[in-house]
Design a protein around this ligand. Structure first.
Ligand code: G3P
Ligand code: CA
Length: 290
């Protein structure tokens, strides 16, 4: 199944945008013509989500793209965790019993560093930590991975866009080579717009499904529209593809979160550019089943 007959041409056009630093060429389908597979929260079906173990697992399975969620501690450190509370994915209720509802924003980085973020998933991962974004970026680099970074709940963390961009710069992720391996996304259009204004060379993605009539507005600040797979159709994807993003390439679509072969096949048939999944091996097998 060739998901994108014109992917190579589209990618070439995208990368060829003159003086711009090279935004993520994988924001379009890969040269194979198949959708890019992104390991959601790392290979989170097989290791505790958003931990270093989960991105190690993705690398071990042969996947380069990983997704994460970034939030902020009470003392202003960026950390990688999905929920706004620490309760589901750590042992915070045991370590800090009097601190309900255990919001990430109410704990210092040192307190969070004491928590076990692996045992809830399996005893085999006891001792895994909630990574700081610095630790996480270094492991992504070490593993030669590429990152779809989500700014999660930005309304809770005023200024998180600036802080994220600053950290990425400090970690060396805003040079030309790294920009080709990085996408920043959010459910908040304001947040995506802010990231684009702060660092126009960054590839950005909006999480959601704007109406077709408003896609032209989104195309001013986002390179990708990343909707829930159940909310889209082939017509919607092709409507997105008619737009040109801020870097001169056509607007792309990464759909989430697809964990079974039948759905992967169906969504690939919509000609999406990427599929975000907890089970990247399952999706890869489906995409190659042609
Ligand atoms: O990357 C898409 C997906 O992460 C959006 O939903 O809730 O898993 O962050 P969520
Ligand atoms: Ca996410």
């Amino acid at each position: 199944m060739h998901v994108h007959a014109c992917a190579v041409a589209a990618t070439a056009a995208f990368v060829g945008t003159a003086a711009l630093p090279s935004p993520s060429s994988d924001a379009r389908a890969g040269e194979s013509g198949r959708a890019t597979v992104v390991a959601h929260r790392g290979a989170s079906a097989y290791a505790p989500e958003n931990t270093l173990a989960s991105i190690d697992k993705a690398a071990k399975l042969g996947f380069t793209w990983v997704e994460n969620d970034v939030q902020r501690t009470r003392d202003g450190r960026l950390v990688v965790i999905h929920d706004d509370s620490l309760a589901r994915t750590t042992n915070v209720e045991q370590v800090f019993p009097g601190r309900a509802p255990w919001k990430v924003k109410d704990f210092t980085a040192a307190e969070i560093a004491r928590l076990d973020a692996g045992s809830w998933y399996s005893p085999a991962y006891a001792g895994a930590r909630v990574p700081t974004l610095e630790q996480y970026m270094r492991r992504v680099e070490h593993n030669h991975e590429k990152l779809l970074l989500e700014i999660k709940n930005p309304e809770l963390y005023p200024g998180i866009e600036q802080e994220t961009v600053k950290l990425l710069a400090n970690e060396g992720w805003l040079d030309r080579q790294h920009l080709g391996r990085l996408i920043v996304q959010s459910f908040s259009a304001d947040s995506v717009r802010t990231v684009h204004a702060l660092k126009p060379a960054l590839t950005t993605a909006f999480l959601g499904k704007p109406p077709v009539t408003r896609l032209n507005e989104y195309a001013r600040f986002t390179d990708l529209i990343n909707p829930s797979y159940g909310s889209i159709s082939a017509d919607y994807v092709s409507a997105v593809h008619t737009h040109t993003g801020p870097h001169g390439g056509r607007l792309g679509v990464f759909a989430w979160t697809v964990d079974d072969a039948v759905t992967a096949w169906k969504v690939a048939g919509y000609r999406v550019d990427g599929i975000i999944t907890n089970k990247p091996d399952v999706v890869r097998a489906a995409l190659h089943a042609d």
